[in-house]
Design a protein around this ligand. Structure first.
Ligand SMILES: [Zn+2]
Length: 137
């Protein structure tokens, strides 16, 4: 269950490489605007809220809640472990700040909307993939 099936790795660019490397430090980082405090996801060089270019990666708590999820049962790749849970997780730092990710360490039938989850990372070819699992009570 813990080994979730990321098989197509993201290709980091100048704007997103910090995001894919942050897991090396065990921290989830999101681009933040220094002018208006807005968190920007996916990361970009300009704040969409106030158009400032004064943006920099910021450490997150790694805590969030399940906003939506789907259970995948289709074997898109030959060695996929099925089923797995694909989810949109809303981070606690900002309403509407969501990551598309995997939920692991729980049976698919036990996942619930609004369930508290926390980030962990899996490294694959230098890419640190944020995944989430249920928060301890
Ligand atoms: Zn801003």
């Amino acid at each position: 269950m813990t080994d979730s099936p990321h098989k197509i790795l993201p290709v980091p660019d100048d704007d997103s490489s910090f995001f894919w490397e942050a897991g090396r430090d065990g921290v989830l980082r999101i681009m933040g605007c220094k002018s208006c405090d807005h968190l920007i996801q996916p990361p970009g060089p300009i704040c969409p809220k106030c158009l400032s270019r004064d943006v920099a990666p910021r450490d997150m708590s790694g805590r969030g809640t399940v906003w939506s999820f789907t259970i995948n049962v289709h074997p898109w790749f030959p060695d996929m472990e099925l089923p797995y849970i694909l989810a949109s997780v809303e981070l606690e730092e900002q309403e509407g700040l969501r990551l598309t990710t995997h939920i692991t360490d729980i049976a698919p039938q036990d996942v619930r909307i609004d369930m508290p989850v926390e980030v962990y990372f899996r490294e694959d070819e230098g890419i640190w993939l944020p995944s989430f699992r249920p928060s301890p009570a």
